[in-house]
Design a protein around this ligand. Structure first.
Ligand code: HEM
Length: 418
């Protein structure tokens, strides 16, 4: 039997025996979430998948409550948000939870993605798991973009105008596509209605894709910080109580950070212009997206040609789909790849730098820096990763994950002294 097979469920009382005979639903969940054999050496970077699940739930629940009081009409949308903030019991809490929750969701997904990049989680046999993850990321971005129009503020209106306008760069049919997307010549009631409808739908589609993501994970199993595959059942512990507790503890810390934003600075991540009602005759001085889109916005503006800019921006996400085949190193984890580790951190700073440039006006030094960082972004994926695998001498891999668990060599932390 595979070492990834968790102990099966044995009903203990009359009711569960009755249920299992008719609908073995507990028996389905139990080996996947209770007894599922999980590597003993997962660190806190591996708790973010679980945190993401909680973020998704928070967004869905707060969103459903918000939509009970929200009106998707250009004459009422802005006012209905103010009504939620002022008149609805705890409406301010639900609204701030949803708006800041989106930021926390992206913070978690970025940590989750960079964890994957560091530990080579995208490598065989987890390529499809990674690809499904990139699809989730794209769906999250689409959902966030659609949702941002709903408060019908200045940034909502102009953000949606700029982004839908991207499509006008497509030769011949571009303008027709933009009109079709908007449901008219400009962002208006038809746009608001369809954005609301799709913003409500997409999170449930995300739930469906998350099921595939976790299903895939349970077939190939978790990787771990050493990158060495498991060989024996003794190298694992049951998911519950070991990782339910560890994930739970990380979740509490994460929720404390969430609470800090929610209760002490609920507007710091948003833009003040979005408290001004949408006005098609007044363009804001700077149109900037939410912080989690800034690196892509910098890439878009770094390219002088509109169509090329749009293509390169999409390519910056598209390249993630082929990442498993770009990295040629046979070693999975950066803990044993001294050179890759340096390039990884350079790449992190390049992404942060792009984010900063995205928030700045596209001129002078900012524009030059955006261009250099954009070139490096692609250089990392298209040159560093394919070539490094041939030249780097990895550190010797341990025979199993056990030294990192038992600390037999005084190297409990696999990264130590590397
Ligand atoms: C709604 C968003 C997402 C949810 C709810 C989610 C959930 C999870 C969970 C619960 C795990 C197992 C625990 C862990 O390793 O942290 C996991 C693992 C993984 N996820 Fe995600 N994920 C999401 C998005 C993504 C994205 C955007 C990517 C990549 C672009 C990704 C790639 C992976 C990979 C490669 C693993 C396996 C990691 C390993 O074992 O080394 N996920 N995910």
């Amino acid at each position: 039997m595979s070492i990834l097979h968790g102990e099966s469920y044995k009903p203990r009382n009359g009711f569960t025996r009755w249920l299992e005979k008719r609908l073995p639903i507990i028996g389905l969940i139990y080996p996947a979430f209770v007894t599922f054999p999980t590597p003993r050496n997962l660190n806190y970077a591996y708790t973010f998948g679980g945190i993401l699940l909680v973020c998704l739930m928070i967004q869905i629940i707060s969103g459903i409550v918000l939509s009970m009081h929200y009106t998707p009409h250009v004459d009422y949308a802005f006012e209905s948000i103010e009504h939620i903030m002022r008149d609805v019991n705890y409406g301010w809490l639900i609204r701030y939870m949803h708006a800041n929750g989106a930021s926390m969701f992206f913070l978690a997904v970025y940590i989750h993605i960079f964890r994957g990049l560091y530990y080579g989680s995208y490598k065989e046999p987890r390529e499809l798991l990674w690809i499904i993850g990139v699809m989730l990321y794209l769906m999250m971005m689409a959902t966030a973009f659609l949702g941002y129009l709903l408060p019908w503020g200045q940034m909502s209106f102009w953000g949606a105008t700029v982004i839908t306008n991207f499509f006008s760069a497509i030769p011949f049919v571009g303008d027709a596509i933009v009109e079709w997307l908007r449901g008219g010549f400009s962002i208006d009631n038809a746009t608001l209605n369809r954005f609301f409808s799709l913003h409500y739908l997409l999170p449930f589609m995300i739930v469906g894709v998350v099921v595939l993501h976790i299903w895939g994970l349970h077939v190939v199993g978790n990787s771990n910080p050493t990158g060495v595959e498991l060989q024996k059942k003794e190298e694992t512990v049951p998911f519950h109580p070991y990782y339910t507790l560890k994930d739970g503890f990380a979740l509490v810390l994460f929720l404390m950070l969430f609470a800090l934003f929610l209760f002490y600075m609920p507007n710091v991540l948003g833009h003040t212009d979005n408290y001004i009602k949408a006005d098609s005759l007044v363009t804001p001085a700077h149109i900037v997206p939410e912080w989690y889109f800034l690196p892509f916005y910098a890439i878009l503006r770094a390219v002088p040609d509109k169509l090329l800019g749009v293509l390169i921006m999409f390519a910056s996400i598209g390249v993630l789909f082929i990442l498993p085949w770009l990295d040629t190193s046979p070693v999975r984890s950066a803990a044993f790849r001294p050179l890759y580790r340096q390039f990884f951190w350079i790449f992190v700073f390049v992404c942060l730098g792009l984010g900063y440039m995205g928030a700045m006006p596209p001129e002078g030094l900012y524009l030059t820096m955006s261009r250099l960082l954009t070139v490096y972004y692609f250089f990392h994926f298209l040159f560093v990763l394919p070539v490094l695998g041939f030249f780097e001498t990895p550190r010797p891999l341990p025979a199993s994950i056990m030294p990192s668990v038992l600390d037999t060599e005084g190297k409990g932390d696999v990264d130590e002294g590397a």
